[in-house]
Design a protein around this ligand. Structure first.
Ligand SMILES: NC(=O)c1ccc[n+]([C@@H]2O[C@H](COP(=O)([O-])OP(=O)(O)OC[C@H]3O[C@@H](n4cnc5c(N)ncnc54)[C@H](OP(=O)(O)O)[C@@H]3O)[C@@H](O)[C@H]2O)c1
Length: 298
């Protein structure tokens, strides 16, 4: 297959591309960086650089400015939105221009779609909520779904917090543990719907290869945990001297709305549609996933 990946240089994309190249697929990556490729891996800085007679079998849409990188100022919120909606709309314009659009689009979204719904177990049919993340995910998904009008099969990937070594959320979440302090934020009873990066890649390949599947899919492990239980599982991998909660107010003052939406309002999400389709997670439980990560196994 020939696949186009936006944001393919990121935390998820790097592992996905490794897996696709190992299966002898050809990959074109849209990136803002100036990178030199190989015969099987080609980089473009604009979708305009893709000729109209290019044969693309699938596109995977991952590009977007990080939500967790910094405080959400009005300008940064615009960058978060525009980097996702702008890229998705540019992909749609490319699909229209191509002599034949790709058969499949996998487009990233996030469990932030569900907003704050307490202890409610959230499958894909749970409603969208209010708040910046919910609105962003809703609009991002809507933009991607327009591809169905061109006959493209669209799968929307509602990603949980993706865990692995070297980068991503775990690097930030484990920082205090490395300094001897096992911590969680606030009361610790907020849900953390996490997923191992290897399972994200495997689920993407599963969706690419199952033509009967379309619509929204939660990409989260089947067993979400509370923030406190996550901290206690993580603590097993560090020599910690102190175990303590970081007061919610401290995070609200430091990081504002971002802390409230991403760190203090959890979601209890389950991958109902992937499980129903027969997908098996390699890392369904947090203890096993962390064990694999800290012993460098996937
Ligand atoms: N990782 C998670 O835990 C998680 C959870 C939920 C949802 N997601 C979503 O899944 C997607 C992929 O996640 P990831 O962790 O791989 O993301 P990532 O490591 O932050 O990489 C995303 C890529 O997006 C591109 N990008 C960054 N800022 C941009 C901007 N302002 N305009 C256009 N492109 C920009 C970058 O590519 P270039 O520098 O090459 O242009 C970057 O490599 C993201 O959209 C993210 O929101 C991820």
């Amino acid at each position: 297959m020939h696949l186009l990946i936006t944001g393919g240089t990121g935390f998820i994309g790097e592992r996905l591309i490794e897996a696709l190249l190992a299966q002898e697929h050809t990959v074109t990556v849209l990136t803002r960086q100036s990178l030199s490729g190989t015969a099987a891996l080609n980089y473009v800085q604009s979708l305009d650089d893709i000729a109209s007679d290019t044969q693309l079998d699938a596109a995977i849409n991952l590009a977007g400015a990080s939500l967790a990188a910094r405080r959400w100022s009005p300008a940064y919120k615009r960058e978060i939105v525009n980097s996702r909606l702008g890229t998705t709309r540019a992909l749609l314009a490319l699909f229209k221009r191509l002599q034949s659009p790709p058969a499949t689009l996998l487009s990233a979204s996030a469990i932030g779609y569900y907003g704050h719904q307490g202890d409610t177990v959230l499958a894909e049919d749970a409603p969208v909520n209010s708040g910046f993340s919910s609105q962003l995910c809703h609009d991002w998904e809507q933009a991607a779904e327009h591809a169905t009008e061109l006959g493209v099969r669209v799968c929307l990937l509602r990603l949980g917090v993706v865990m692995d070594s070297s980068g991503g959320a775990l690097q930030e979440m484990s920082r205090s543990f490395g300094l001897g302090v096992a911590s969680w934020i606030g009361r610790g009873d907020q849900w953390l719907s996490w997923v191992h990066r290897a399972d994200v890649v495997r689920a993407m390949l599963f969706l690419l290869n199952n033509n009967a599947l379309s619509g929204a899919f939660n990409l989260t492990a089947p067993e979400p945990v509370t923030a406190k239980d996550f901290a206690l599982a993580l603590k097993e991998h560090y020599r910690t001297l102190v175990t303590a909660a970081v007061p919610a107010v401290v995070m609200r003052v430091a990081m504002g709305e971002m802390a409230q939406e991403l760190l203090l309002n959890g979601q209890r999400v389950v991958p109902a549609r992937l499980l129903a389709a027969g997908f098996e997670f390699s890392h369904p439980h947090i203890t096993g996933a962390l064990q694999a990560i800290y012993s460098n196994k996937t």
